[in-house]
Design a protein around this ligand. Structure first.
Ligand SMILES: NC(=O)c1ccc[n+]([C@@H]2O[C@H](COP(=O)([O-])OP(=O)(O)OC[C@H]3O[C@@H](n4cnc5c(N)ncnc54)[C@H](OP(=O)(O)O)[C@@H]3O)[C@@H](O)[C@H]2O)c1
Length: 326
């Protein structure tokens, strides 16, 4: 597995990252007992390690904190492993006490909430230090100077090595970075064949300009771009999705690759150094995914795939602006 330095940090990550959200959340919803859940999560995490992945993504809200615990316990089970891997976790998403119309979430980047969240994450992970800590969603009430003080104190206490963000737009990254004494190393954003907005909103260019690594979550669109998968039954545009799938399958055939592999190879090919975060809970799909790293996707084929994704998203060719969808 190829590796890459994360932003301006000293951390060297595998190009493909393993996300543990589903092994501790969606998996639990399937009704497994707690012991089984740890056993399965440990197996998947160690399989990921053995197939060359050294970077794991989790968050306080995944499985209500359970994913942090599962990850920490899995890494502790193999002597010396903790020091060989990168652990990224996140905070900021809170639940409204009384949900209202719209979302039941709100985002809290107040200094005190972030300080408390770091301590809670360290306890759940049962670790002395977290490698990368992300602000999960932009808080429109953030006071950057207050947050900068919190980050400085947390770093000085040796609790977090590096900070980053997730789901941030370029202007939000710029504002925060301007106030922080340390460089942000990651911006974790949604990117897959059904969601290419971050190719057109300046996110990639900002990452390249400022030395931030973009990581892509839901890279196979939660399964739709997994090998052999079909659009969900209640998908609003199944025919359009199938059109995009056809293009990805055709290019995959040319490289003797699967749909999952060509989708990941497409993200990996971007010059911003995108690291996709895979979320499968199945051994065979981890093994399949890591092979994407070996595909040398040609320029024209990359654009073929991007044209299909861009068509689905409704972007006008060349300009990057959105047209009115039919
Ligand atoms: N920052 C954020 O806001 C944010 C949001 C979402 C996720 N994340 C992170 O990103 C990680 C990955 O996200 P994700 O899980 O949505 O990524 P994903 O890899 O796009 O989707 C994984 C899902 O796709 C299914 N799948 C994969 N291949 C398939 C196939 N061939 N046929 C049918 N289904 C298939 C998997 O099912 P199986 O398990 O059965 O393989 C799983 O349910 C998460 O673990 C989390 O760490 C971050």
């Amino acid at each position: 597995m190829k590796t890459q330095r994360l932003g301006q940090s000293d951390l060297v990550s595998s190009r493909i990252i393993y996300g543990v959200m589903r092994v501790g959340g969606a998996w639990q919803a399937a009704g497994a007992g707690e012991a089984d859940q740890q056993a399965v999560a440990t197996d998947r995490i160690l399989e990921a390690v053995d197939s060359g992945i050294n970077h794991f993504d989790t968050a306080d809200i995944y499985g209500g904190g359970r994913c942090d615990e599962l990850l920490g316990a899995a890494l502790r089970g193999r002597p010396g492993l903790r020091d060989k891997v990168i652990v990224t976790t996140k905070c900021c998403i809170r639940r409204l006490a009384k949900p209202v119309v719209g979302s039941g979430e709100w985002y809290d980047m107040s200094g005190q909430y972030v300080r408390d969240s770091v301590d809670a994450a360290l306890r759940r992970l049962n670790m002395d230090v977290i490698d990368v800590f992300l602000m999960h969603r932009p808080d429109l009430l953030v006071e950057p100077a207050e947050l900068a003080r919190a980050f400085e104190d947390i770093c000085a206490a040796g609790k977090i090595r590096w900070f980053g963000v997730s789901n941030y737009f370029p202007n939000q990254v710029s504002l925060l970075q301007k106030c922080l004494p340390m460089p942000m190393v990651l911006n974790q954003v949604p990117l897959n064949p059904l969601d290419v907005d971050r190719f057109y909103d300046g996110t990639m260019e900002q990452c390249m300009t400022d030395g931030i690594t973009p990581t892509a979550y839901s890279p196979v669109a939660g399964g739709v771009f997994g090998t052999g998968s079909k659009p969900w039954e209640n998908h609003p545009r199944p025919d359009d999705v199938n059109n995009v799938i056809e293009v990805f399958d055709a290019v995959a055939g040319k490289y003797d690759a699967t749909r999952t592999q060509i989708t990941l190879a497409w993200l990996l090919r971007h010059p911003a150094g995108i690291c996709p975060i895979i979320g499968t809970t199945r051994s065979e799909r981890i093994a399949e995914s890591v092979k994407a790293d070996a595909i040398d996707l040609g320029r024209e084929d990359w654009h073929r795939l991007t044209n299909a994704a861009r068509w689905y998203a409704g972007y006008v060719p060349m300009t990057g602006s959105k047209h009115t969808r039919r």
